[in-house]
Design a protein around this ligand. Structure first.
Ligand SMILES: [Zn+2]
Ligand SMILES: [Zn+2]
Length: 273
């Protein structure tokens, strides 16, 4: 059976649970019936370059750990060696050096913060005016489009990441005014042959929307998008694979019937089952 989780974090991520070892995640993957798993530990390029973390990313140790389980679980679990590259266009040379250092099979490009602004995770949208929220969201779309110029991404991670935190604060964000900018992002993805991720962390966190939302997945379809990857964005063993089936159901409703995976370094479209 085909069930995949292509966005997972281990203890090698600054915010990963210490018990989330590669081996523990693989054991859990088999337990819950996953056929494919991609490890995508954080390398937030701006955070690394500006030394914002007490726990810097160790790319050598992370890659070695992925290779070890890839070998160990061969024939039982398709393990993909990936990375989540945060804000690569803020420090493109650093980002390039990270990608050149190891033969990553799968690269998620993610926008976690705007230039010179903290991660959306740290913002208080409860006290923020609607005008400022709209302004920040508009900027996040501009910087997402700009990020796509960086060569080497396989998929765009959690587009509308900010939407998760606005929704968490109980506020609604009308997407209609942004359709044109979002369509421009989709067109650029398609032109560059980069996939779009459906990130279901906001579903298992109870926010009721994936990232991007169903409405925006429909827009991707209307723009001619075909390449979809899916991930739970689990940072610990318990959340691995959570809400992936809900994500599948949403994709089927919108009219996507295949998920993009990587097998032996090649892209393979797998039918949703
Ligand atoms: Zn992320
Ligand atoms: Zn992530």
């Amino acid at each position: 059976m085909f069930l995949c989780d292509y966005h997972t974090h281990t203890r090698f991520s600054f915010d990963g649970r210490p018990t989330a070892t590669h081996d523990a995640l693989c054991r859990r993957a088999l337990e819950i019936g996953l056929s494919d798993i991609a490890f995508t530990d954080h390398c937030d390029v701006n955070g690394e370059a500006e030394r914002l973390y007490d726990f810097p990313f160790d790319p050598d140790a992370s890659f070695a750990a992925m290779m070890e389980v890839k070998e160990k679980y061969k024939g039982r679990l398709n393990v993909v060696c990936g990375i989540e590259l945060g804000n690569p266009t803020q420090y493109p040379e650093t980002a390039r050096a990270v990608l050149n250092a190891h033969p990553y099979e799968f690269v998620i490009g993610s926008l976690h913060n705007l230039k010179g602004v903290p991660d959306f995770y740290h913002m208080n949208f409860n006290t923020m005016s609607d005008g400022l929220i709209r302004q920040l969201f508009d900027r996040s779309l501009d910087e997402t489009l700009e990020m796509l110029r960086f060569e080497g991404m396989t998929t765009l991670g959690h587009m509308t990441y900010m939407h998760r935190y606005v929704t968490r604060s109980g506020k609604k964000l009308d997407m209609k005014p942004y359709y044109e900018k979002i369509a421009a992002i989709y067109e650029e993805l398609i032109r560059r042959d980069v996939a779009l991720e459906i990130n279901v962390s906001s579903l298992w966190k109870g926010l009721g929307i994936p990232m991007p939302s169903m409405e925006l997945l429909k827009l991707y379809k209307d723009c001619g998008g075909k390449l979809i990857t899916i991930g739970s964005d689990a940072h610990d063993v318990e959340n691995l694979g959570k809400a992936i089936r809900k994500g599948y159901a949403i994709l089927e409703t919108v009219g996507f019937h295949e998920i993009m995976t990587i097998r032996d370094g090649q892209r393979v479209m797998q039918p949703i089952q």
